[in-house]
Design a protein around this ligand. Structure first.
Ligand code: 475
Length: 833
């Protein structure tokens, strides 16, 4: 590559472009410079917010240098890259993570203290980047951290929503949604006005002839919206590699607004187009595991996919390679079916724009894409209406028809006479109106399909994608069990535990090679080590108890058993079973004599999580949790023995506070419904135990840590179908304890019982689809075992430490390496100095 700086001057340039601070003083100088000049403030009006801004900008300057070098190196090395397409990136806060990954936190803590601030207060000023709903979006964020840490040339592509997931407020026990305008001050993004892509919607398709007289297909006459790139640096841990997350923002293609309309007095009309265009990237759809099928969502998907592919193709074309080499240079991973149109868009570019024959083009396409499935819930499987697709993307619909035709021809050759097979596997479902089954399109257009935990990967092969296994053979389907980044979820969230582990293992290597946690085992019998370990747990519980008291006024005893369930509120996750269990516990306590009560293990039941705004049952569950809290927490008979807390607005930064404080956490989905779960891994890695069903990654966690270290309960996935059948035919007697809980609610103990009618009828007339009544008694017995185990403090500590020692497998790094080997075929690069 050509450099604009002459050879003889480059050394001087390099010296000035250093990735690190030259000590504390330089850090301080940079912070003060940014506060004084970038923000135009002085020490007389520098508050925590300004100190945050100064610190973030000082650090950002350093990140950018590593980022530039990485990008230049990746261009020079010209190796295969991986692109992770995800509609959600739930990044959380960036400052602490950037300080830790670049190892300047100590310098920053001291430096900022001498300027009059506490680093914790500064860190707490940052707004979460909450461009995601839950598991799927946070997984994408952990993957970016893993990719950068392992020096893979890997980019994320997403949407730059103006509003991330809503903020949750609890008013009179109910969830209220408040918009999350997070872009007020965001030092972590770089607008790239020069990276702009025109994206077309609507229009018509016509046949034409080119200059050689060949027939070509032209899609034109549509509405054009412009995609502008915003880049976010993603620093790896203990490496100079800083990868890129590119987020697209929408704006009108032609200037700011319509001058003609403006001049003719139609002021409102003049900005209408602008608003229409900007609406595309305005807001994240707040549904987790639900597909709403709205036109605007489909527009978001195509807008993002078209801009990203244009970018990827442009980068490839700069290398002047033949098209056949595209899959040797590019791997694209589809994070669920949300980006499935990328398959169609690449095929369109290859055949309509590059004029490559269909078969050759299709070979390139399928060799490029991999598809990850994250859910088997029927309501989450995306199906787009054919008339909507026809209207919005007429050329893409034609291509989908052709993909389907060639696919069905192949299936017919394989299974002659099996007409039902053709109906079952067709991309088009013959409903009114017809709909497109996006998961099928994703399978057909990818070379590998994976689930996210063993059970889940087996289930998709045996159920929703069964026919496709028969067609393609089992090798097209793989499992990559999810993982989490130990940098954020141990080192950042639980610095004391990370430091203790490092002191025993002789450094922080384990953060890059998590299986080294095994080496903790010899210390298990070391009394002092165990004491320090449990001391740290207590201090994390005190930290959370203080937060709870400050925000809710509820005081929880830090010595109580902290029982935590934090995740999206969903019927399949069964927060309902948890709160019903809490009511059962309350009833038992009320029935005890004061002597009996003395023997009880005090418990704090802590909940957190958002409900989709339109999800009535989920919102009712939140209401019930708060109502139970109101009654229990002020009951003088109960005191410290039971507290019920709902933490408002659960998000990534709150997870960092909550997870290290758990004694036990709940992962109690109906067997076969939670694809993996990732918070289960985070809790165990932080020295908490779990109570859970045989579902998702719980099963593999059990295998790794041993079944003596986990509290498993409930029916198995293989029994679910049968149980549901029995419910439908009224063959299930309700568990008496569950009946008693329902009666208590219906009596009005927790306020107007009509509020909770839906919750109760779901178990009775609603056929109890999530099988709460089938697992309830097992759940209660298992909770008793938890109490019993917690009484034995030493035994408990042994379980916790043993479990942490066995968690190496669940690192996002292991997971990324599996994707790289099995699906992407990409290699890490040697990072630049
Ligand atoms: C699973 N979101 C977790 C996690 O693999 C798993 C679907 C449709 C529309 C909008 N959002 C979605 C999901 O499907 C999702 O978040 N799935 C989750 O993916 C990572 O650990 O078990 O529920």
């Amino acid at each position: 590559v050509e450099a604009s700086i002459p050879q003889q001057l480059r050394e001087a340039w390099r010296k000035l472009a250093a990735c690190e601070f030259q000590g504390k003083e330089q850090f301080q100088r940079e912070v003060v410079r940014h506060v004084e000049t970038t923000l135009a403030r002085s020490m007389y009006n520098c508050d925590d917010a300004a100190a945050y801004a100064g610190t973030a900008l000082a650090l950002r300057d350093k990140l950018v240098i590593g980022w530039n070098k990485t990008q230049q190196n990746q261009t020079l090395q010209d190796q295969k890259r991986v692109y992770y397409l995800s509609l959600e990136f739930l990044m959380g806060r960036a400052l602490d993570n950037a300080m830790l990954n670049t190892q300047v936190k100590d310098v920053a803590r001291d430096g900022i203290a001498e300027l009059g601030f506490r680093i914790e207060d500064v860190i707490n000023q940052e707004h979460d980047a909450a461009l995601g709903n839950g598991g799927l979006g946070r997984l994408a964020a952990c993957f970016l951290d893993g990719l950068a840490t392992l020096n893979y040339p890997g980019w994320g592509y997403g949407l730059r929503y103006r509003y991330g997931i809503f903020k949750q407020e609890i008013v009179d026990g109910y969830q209220v949604e408040v918009p999350d305008y997070w872009l007020d001050f965001n030092p972590w993004e770089f607008p790239r006005p020069d990276v702009a892509v025109d994206v077309m919607f609507y229009g018509y398709v016509k046949k034409d002839t080119d200059s050689d007289g060949k027939t070509i297909i032209v899609w034109e006459g549509g509405e054009i919206v412009q995609a502008i790139a915003y880049d976010v640096p993603v620093p790896g841990f203990d490496t100079s590699t800083t990868n890129n997350l590119r987020l697209w923002s929408s704006k009108p293609a032609s200037g700011e607004f319509d001058f003609q309309k403006f001049n003719s007095g139609d002021y409102e009309g003049s900005i209408r187009d602008q608003q229409r265009a900007e609406t595309i990237s305005a807001v994240l759809y707040p549904n987790d595991n639900i597909s709403a099928g709205k036109e605007l969502r489909l527009k978001q998907q195509y807008f993002w996919v078209a801009a990203s592919l244009h970018d990827i193709v442009r980068r490839f074309k700069k290398t002047h390679r033949p098209w056949s080499q595209f899959p040797d240079q590019v791997a694209i991973q589809l994070n669920d079916t949300h980006p499935t149109l990328a398959i169609v868009e690449l095929q369109r570019i290859l055949i309509d724009v590059e004029h490559i024959p269909w078969d050759q083009a299709w070979e390139i396409v399928t060799a490029t894409f991999g598809y990850t499935n994250h859910t088997v819930l029927p309501e989450a499987l995306e199906k787009w209406s054919v008339p909507l697709m026809q209207h919005l993307l007429p050329r893409h619909l034609q291509i989908i028809y052709d993909i389907n035709l060639f696919f069905l021809q192949k299936v017919e050759r394989m299974f002659p006479k099996d007409r039902e097979m053709l109906t079952r596997v067709s991309i088009i479902e013959e409903s009114q109106p017809q709909v497109l089954r996006m998961a099928y399109l994703a399978i057909i257009g990818s070379h590998k399909v994976n689930g996210v935990a063993e059970l889940h990967s087996d289930l998709i092969k045996a159920t929703i994608f069964k026919d496709f296994v028969a067609i393609y053979g089992p090798d097209k389907f793989a499992n990559v069990t999810n993982g989490i980044t130990p940098r954020r979820w141990l080192h950042q969230a639980n610095p004391k535990l990370s430091d203790l582990i490092a002191s025993k293992l002789g450094g922080y290597e384990f953060l890059k090679e998590l299986s080294q946690l095994e080496r903790l085992r010899p210390f298990i019998d070391d009394k002092e080590f165990r004491r320090e370990w449990m001391e740290i747990k207590l201090s994390n519980k005190i930290r959370l108890a203080k937060y709870i008291r400050d925000t809710t006024g509820i005081s929880v005893n830090p010595h109580a058993l902290f029982d935590i369930q934090v995740k999206r509120i969903h019927e399949y996750k069964r927060q309902q079973m948890n709160i019903f269990g809490v009511i059962d516990r309350y009833l038992n306590l009320k029935a005890m004599t004061s002597e009996e009560r003395k023997k009880v293990v005090p418990r704090a039941s802590i909940f957190g999580g958002k409900a989709a705004p339109g999800y009535w049952m989920a919102k009712t569950i939140i209401r019930l949790i708060n109502a139970v809290g109101e009654v229990v927490n002020k009951d003088k008979d109960i005191g410290d023995l039971l507290k019920v807390v709902f933490i408002e607005d659960y998000n990534v930064s709150k997870a960092e506070l909550i997870i290290p404080a758990s004694d036990i956490s709940e992962h109690i989905s109906t067997a076969g419904t939670e694809a993996s779960g990732t918070s289960n891994m985070k809790f165990v890695l932080n020295g908490g135990l779990i109570i859970g069903t045989c579902d998702g990654a719980n099963i593999e966690i059990t295998r790794e840590i041993g079944d003596e270290n986990i509290f498993l309960l409930g029916n198995l996935a293989e029994d679910v179908e049968d149980l549901r059948h029995r419910h439908r035919y009224g063959q299930v007697e309700m568990d008496p304890k569950l009946r008693a809980v329902c009666d208590e609610i219906e009596k009005g103990t927790f306020g107007d019982p009509s509020v909770y009618e839906g919750l109760i009828s779901s178990l009775t007339t609603g056929c109890d689809y999530y099988l709460v009544s089938d697992d309830f008694s097992s759940y209660l017995t298992t909770q008793d075992l938890v109490d019993e185990a917690y009484r034995d403090k030493d035994g408990w500590a042994t379980k916790c430490i043993n479990s942490v020692a066995s968690m190496g497998f669940f690192s996002a790094d292991r997971c990324i390496n599996e994707y790289a080997d099995m699906i992407w075929n990409v290699e890490p690069l040697v990072p630049v100095k």
